[in-house]
Design a binder for this molecule. Sequence first.
Ligand SMILES: NCCCC[C@H](NC(=O)[C@@H](N)CCCCN)C(=O)O
Length: 524
Amino acid sequence: MKEQIQKKLSDSKAARWTALIIVSFTMMCGYFLTDVMSPLENLLTTRGSVAYFTDDTSVPTDSLLAKMELLAADEASPSLTVESLEKGLQVQYLDCVDGNQQVVEKTVATIASGEGWSSTEYGFFSGSYGYINVFLLMLFFGGLILDKMGIRFTGILSSGLMFAGALIKWYALASDFGDATFLGMNLQVVVASLGFSIFGVGCEISGITVSKVIVKWFAGKELALAMGLQVAMARIGTAVALGVSLPVARMMGEVSYPVLFGAITLCIGFLCYLVYCVMDKKEDASVQAARQEAGETAEEEGFKMSDLKLIFCSKGFWLITLLCLMFYAGVFPFLKFATKLMIFKYNVPESFAGLIPALLPFGTILLTPVFGTLYDRIGRGATLMIIGSVMLTVVHVLFALPVMNYWWFAVVVMVILGIAFSLVPSAMWPSVPKIIPMKQLGSAYAIIFYIQNIGLAMVPLLIGWVINDFATQYNEAGVVTGYNYTVPMTIFALFGACAILISLMLRQEDAKKHYGLEEANMKK
Ligand SMILES: NCCCC[C@H](NC(=O)[C@@H](N)CCCCN)C(=O)O
């Protein structure tokens, strides 16, 4: 009789890659929503509506109407209103071209309404992703819930929270709050930030859940490649958000439409996670059956609070956590301000400005799995993290330079940042299971994400305030004329410098404790 060996579902290549694609899709939708507002900074911080012309230039409608009135002053022209400006309308107005007053003729492509937020309010809103996670310790509890209640319950809860938060954010942006305030802050900013905070809780808890899902299905197999592919799919979400959000908002004349689209995709992501739960149940059943066949009756011991001690006492764990804080503080918050940086520092036309930051996640889509495979097969994880941190620092120093303000230079620098942003995540995340055992992994990822969220919450707040108070340039009439990005970009470079230091310490610690960070992941 042929001997039958009971196999786990995850031993099937098709099954484990299917599970990966499903959970990665849910995360991709989350990443789309995370950055969907980043390219809209300029529109959000514009007061009143803006007329965009077919030649890709734009003028606030108030100023356009004034310039049109000026030209029509001595003619018996009908009185002009914002409502009379519409798509396809040919307008003539007096404008200063090369120092001379000239009559300019243009065609209106679209009218979009700005929200009139200050840079500080925009920074507050961008950081709100992490407020509940940080101040209500939600990520910490999320890790405990994950280790106690399991992957299925936690994933459903967190993807539901992402969807709910996205709906609140959309409601805030689609509604007119007039001049209403809450605790002295623009009410629209407050409600949008509340939605983004709730979404942030869901997105981060989904992140740790998906990490645990991947370790469950891929441990001892293509772990780093799988993690790299999950991150690559997430980056598609970020890239699409950065690339299409502004054109969509301009076309629809409203900042809320890209968010509505994001909320719809999150609903689909939620449904996908339910499908994964069916697979997860089958995997558990197959593991149970395989154990019984092998005569292993003892159940794996559950998570205990005392297990946290092991995590907190590990120096390697703390170094990875601090590296994560510093490295990510130099990337995700930077993306929130990158589109406006392209417009004002590198003079990129507004409709293309989001495409240059979008190069960053696009590059990582290919490179993260490549570096993941490299780590799986050759090792050198700690060294990859050092190289990535050096590149991050160089990039921000180059962005801080007051010279070389050419669009092609910004493209080159962004590509380098893309390589750095592939190197560090593809080596850092698969290194955590080498330091912390599976049983405490949910809590370990949660603590790392928690500390990382302090950066994701506070850095946009800091940079928004710095741009508002130190980088904005005004003319004598108090009108904003441009921005000087030297100080904000120098702050980002400092995060990179800290990341270099920490990654060097991590390699040293690895050599002492033999975590195996420089060794290959795949067992031959
Ligand atoms: N297996 C862990 C993968 C983590 C990927 C990592 N994500 C994060 O660090 C999140 N805490 C923050 C994501 C913010 C955008 N939603 C990544 O590199 O994206």
